[in-house]
Design a protein around this ligand. Structure first.
Ligand SMILES: [Zn+2]
Length: 311
């Protein structure tokens, strides 16, 4: 164990900024220590002339690296909206063209982000479900779990990501914590864009339609698999114009926004999931390199409110 710890320390030293492994053409540049806020994304890269492939793991989730065609390998890491603030390690293995494996551990710190909080009281039993509704909810949960369990290994997306609709985020947006009758509910896991009903909803990037259907909470829903563990979701659609199993290109129309499912007004719920972390989809616009597209903070007042946690 002691030998292992010593080795880990050695590797961390190597992984610190501007330090590289070995000398000459074999050097590898590892990522710097990572700090990430709840619901956010960060890009990391590993580079070196001799590297053929890079594999990564953060806790029990796989971190998928894609080569840039030169000597770099990039991945995106996300922290779940409800991730516990903690210190962890990104475990990396770089394999050279000659088959040598070189390992590194990069410290990862997950930090709390302050989200808006809403507290209100409703009559008891307001969300009591009929047996039919409960059956529908189970079907919905099973359908989503099935697609998230089988992500496409191939990277389908390319930078930049685009907005699915031009509208701003509403106040009931990503990470909102609701406390109902004193009891905290699950945080809102998507960004609600204030699109009027009938707005065309575009694919944020290339991908495969892995779910297209109508559900109790999410209403008319489309889920896109972009590969490497990244999914985006589009909920409450009034019309779906794509079928499961088909491929779409960035900008293709997936359907029309609406007010289906458990909502009180028309809007687009846009969600993103990376290696099972629920992240703010606006992060895809802000953090993916090459084409930075910084957005102004939303100033739109709350004009609708959903009753369902996370939808
Ligand atoms: Zn929503």
């Amino acid at each position: 164990m002691r030998a292992l710890l010593t080795f880990a320390t050695f590797v961390i030293l190597l992984a610190s900024p501007d330090t590289s492994y070995g000398a000459g053409p074999g050097k590898i540049v590892w990522p710097k220590p990572i700090e990430i806020l709840q619901g956010e994304l960060i890009e990391v890269s590993v580079s070196g002339q001799e590297i053929a492939a890079v594999e990564g793991r953060l806790d029990k989730e796989k971190v998928v690296f894609f080569g840039d065609g030169a000597s770099g390998f990039n991945a995106i890491i996300g922290a779940d909206v409800d991730a516990k603030p903690a210190s962890s390690k990104l475990r990396l293995t770089a394999r050279t063209h000659t088959g040598t494996e070189i390992n590194a551990e990069i410290p990862v710190t997950i930090k709390v982000k302050s989200f808006r909080q809403e507290s209100f009281h409703v009559p008891p039993g307001f969300d009591r479900m009929t047996p039919e509704s409960l059956t529908e909810i189970r079907r919905e949960q099973a359908a989503f779990a099935r697609v998230f369990a089988a992500p496409s290994a191939e990277r389908l997306w390319e930078a930049p990501f685009i907005r699915p609709v031009p509208h701003e985020a509403s106040a009931s947006s990503f990470g909102l914590r609701r406390i109902i009758n004193g009891k905290p509910r699950a945080p809102h896991s998507g960004t609600d864009l204030s699109s009027p009903a009938g707005t065309e909803v575009n694919a944020t990037n290339h991908g495969k339609i892995v779910l297209a259907g109508n559900f109790f909470f999410a209403g008319g829903s489309v889920v896109l698999d972009h590969g490497g563990g990244l999914f985006t979701m589009y909920f409450h659609l009034s019309e779906i114009r794509v079928g499961e199993g088909t491929r779409v290109r960035k900008g293709d129309v997936l359907g029309l926004s609406g007010a289906t499912g458990r909502v009180t007004g028309a809007h687009l719920h846009w969600g993103a999931r990376l290696a099972n972390a629920r992240v703010d989809p606006l992060e895809l616009l802000k953090k993916i390199s090459n084409h930075r597209q910084l957005l102004p903070e939303s100033t739109t007042p709350a004009n609708e409110m959903e009753k369902k946690d996370g939808a």
